[in-house]
Design a protein around this ligand. Structure first.
Ligand code: GLN
Length: 213
């Protein structure tokens, strides 16, 4: 192989990203598995200093009130807010989407408040606590995405600069504000890597920007 080929290959090669997964509670292992399947290194995040080592953070599903309490106890709120405001991508799924919202209907539970959305917890009612549905996400192409909803929230209001990426029965279930994504369902419980890949592409842009600084 001539040298030019090698350099070309190196230029094309994806950089190994460190994708953090908040590992305090909930289904963080499934997210770590998805990150690995996307070809990147999942990093468990539990300590404030770990937030500085990562190129993006996934906040999994679980119980949002518990996340709030543990994040506060572990002093994670300020470092995550700081990283998010400096452009680090954050992907909140289900309880994670609640935790990143500025407003949670009828609740003053602890939260990160890093995305200008209002959410309603357990919005699909008790009788349909869990279900699956195919939803359309234009950014991911033609093929519908199988969305798993488990005591899922919905996004009831979006502020300026928030893009709605998907709805289900007229309710907003996926939205993005710059580097922050809120997802009402569980993409980590399917075999479809597209949403994780989409998030990781934001992390890649962020990591490259950081390297060039
Ligand atoms: N209902 C939970 C909450 O309000 C979220 C459920 C989930 O993450 N699957 O925190």
């Amino acid at each position: 192989m001539v040298e030019g080929d090698i350099l070309g290959k190196l230029a094309q090669q994806e950089i190994a990203l460190r994708i953090g997964v908040l590992a305090l509670q909930g289904d963080f292992r499934e997210h770590m598995n998805m990150v690995e399947r996307c070809g990147h290194e999942p990093i468990k995040v539990r300590l404030p200093e770990e937030v500085e080592l990562i190129d993006g953070l996934i906040i999994p599903g679980g119980e949002s009130t518990t996340f709030g309490i543990i994040m506060e106890r572990y002093n994670l709120i300020a470092p995550i807010r700081k990283a998010a405001s400096s452009g680090m991508p954050v992907f909140g799924t289900c309880a994670g989407a609640i935790v990143i919202a500025k407003e949670i209907e009828g609740s003053n539970q602890q939260r990160l408040s890093i995305m200008d959305i209002s959410v309603r917890r357990n919005a699909f009612g008790r009788q349909v606590n869990s279900f699956e549905a195919d939803i359309e996400i234009k950014q991911l192409g033609e093929l519908p995405f199988r969305a798993v909803f488990i005591r899922a929230p919905i996004i009831t209001k979006v502020g300026e600069g928030v893009e709605v990426l998907a709805t289900f029965e007229g309710k907003i279930v996926l939205a993005k504000q710059g580097n922050i994504i809120a997802c009402a369902f569980h993409p980590e419980l399917t075999n479809d890597l597209r949403l994780h890949q989409y998030f990781i592409s934001l992390c890649e842009t962020y990591a490259k920007g950081r390297m060039n600084k």
